[in-house]
Ligand binder design. Structure first.
Ligand code: AMP
Ligand code: MG
Length: 426
């Protein structure tokens, strides 16, 4: 893989044996993109309440054991299992009660037990708890018929988290469970990376903003809304820079403004080879940007590089291609830029496809699919129908991508395919 700068890639494509901008495989493009990314490093200190989805900027080390005492996992009776085994006597005298938050202070001797509630500290002398449903109570004693296993129904100090343990590592994205985990340690403030600032705009003379009346040949600018949604779900700060017509001066000015305001710039449209695709010429002049033809469908043209200090992604104009390239290239790059050192790729799951699929070898296709359960409760997938790169309704209908790898050709109905689930990903 390359260790060259982007400008070397731009100026001398042949310096790389495996680098062909006109036929770039999806995985290869992902690797190139990763090489030139520099994550945010500035940190901020925030409260737990505002931490959901943020990226930890430091390891969280446990300063205490969780739980901090051995305690009962059940409502029942605490006693010493050895004493019972030694004497064979399963009739125990109840000498007190231990509540969660209000311990029994005495010591349990042979022939004795303490009534104990879930979460109560295990009294001294006890090592085992029997559930209250399993004992017979008569006056101030219990008896039971089973042979209790030593340690049963006891939760040990530190069994969840131990003092000194790294609980969550730097780069971890805070989920709901992590909020609870941090709270269980008494941590109320954490250091996270500042939010990534992402500026985006649409390009094209045919684009009209919502609220205006469409003339023949015009379309509403939908890409800015899907981008807004996908970026917001990722947890970045979005800077919506509107629609810019196919006008080199306006495009240049908007790029300059975006580079000054943001860590990342995303545009849609104008990166292909049409007569009004000015982005290419402009970016060649302004920045260090490569233009690739990716061996994929949809989403063939893709521009990537830097404009000033900002990372730049030039996505295709077609609405489905915008979403596919975002999920396949931008999402992971963005997670890395946000401070995750090794973002988990979207998992690929094998399922059977209920319909035949026509597919050319040599490129990766991302068809829109619907995962569903058949009458036997088995998960299967079927394509959404028209797979054109302008059919945005296919993305609304779909709950997964059917990923058809470059070496895959036509498939019969019933063939196993790989899918990426879209629900909850971004
Ligand atoms: P382009 O890549 O600029 O040649 O655009 C390819 C196709 O996508 C054209 O049909 C455009 O009208 C359409 N398109 C480009 N940008 C947008 C947008 N922001 N919203 C909806 N459609 C768009
Ligand atoms: Mg255009």
């Amino acid at each position: 893989m390359s260790t060259k700068s982007i400008s070397e890639l731009v100026n001398n494509a042949s310096c790389q044996d495996d680098y062909d901008p006109n036929s770039m495989q999806v995985n290869q493009a992902r690797k190139y993109i990763r090489e030139y990314l520099s994550p945010v490093s500035e940190k901020e200190n925030i409260t737990l309440h505002s931490a959901l989805g943020r990226v930890l900027a430091e390891d969280i080390i446990s300063e205490s054991n969780v739980p901090n005492h051995d305690n009962s996992a059940m409502d029942g009776y605490a006693f010493n299992a050895n004493d019972v085994a030694k004497t064979g006597e399963s009739r125990l005298h109840i000498i007190g009660t231990a509540f969660a938050g209000n311990a029994f202070e005495g010591v349990i001797a042979q022939g004795e037990c303490v009534r104990i509630m879930t979460g109560a500290v295990l009294p001294k002398g006890a090592d085992t708890v029997i559930a209250q449903e399993r004992v017979t109570i008569s006056e101030e004693s219990i008896s039971f018929s089973e042979n209790p296993k030593q340690g049963m129904n006891v939760r040990y100090a530190g069994e969840d988290l131990k003092i000194g343990q790294v609980v969550l590592g730097a780069g971890h994205v805070i989920k709901a469970a992590d909020l609870g985990l941090l709270a269980s340690l008494g941590v109320g403030q954490i250091n996270v990376y500042r939010k990534l600032r992402v500026a985006f705009f649409s390009t094209g003379d045919e684009l009209v903003s919502i609220g205006q009346v469409l003339k023949t040949g015009q379309v509403y600018d939908s890409n800015r809304y899907t981008l807004y949604g996908m970026l917001t779900r990722l947890g970045v700060e979005v800077i919506d820079m509107g629609v810019v017509g196919d006008n080199p001066e306006m495009l240049e000015q908007t790029l300059v403004n975006a580079a000054a305001a943001a860590d990342v710039i995303i545009t849609s449209g104008g990166v292909s080879v049409g007569a009004a695709d000015f982005m290419k010429e402009l970016l060649a002049k302004m920045g260090q940007v490569v233009f690739w033809k990716i061996a994929m469908k949809p989403g063939r043209p893709l521009a990537y590089g830097k404009v000033g200090q900002a990372h730049y992604f030039g996505l295709p104009g077609n609405p489905v291609a915008v979403m596919v390239t975002f999920y396949q290239f931008v999402r992971e790059a963005m997670l890395y830029l946000m401070g995750q050192p090794s973002p988990t790729p979207l998992p690929l799951l094998n399922v059977s496809c209920t319909e035949e699929i026509r597919k050319l070898k040599g490129r990766t296709e991302f068809q829109r699919g619907i995962l569903f359960t058949d009458d036997d409760g088995i998960w299967k997938v079927k394509p959404t129908g028209n797979q054109g790169s302008g059919i945005l309704s296919s993305m609304s209908t779909a709950n997964c991508f059917i990923v058809l790898h470059a070496d895959t050709g036509n498939l019969e109905a019933g063939a196993t395919v790989q899918v990426q689930i879209l629900e909850g990903i971004i």
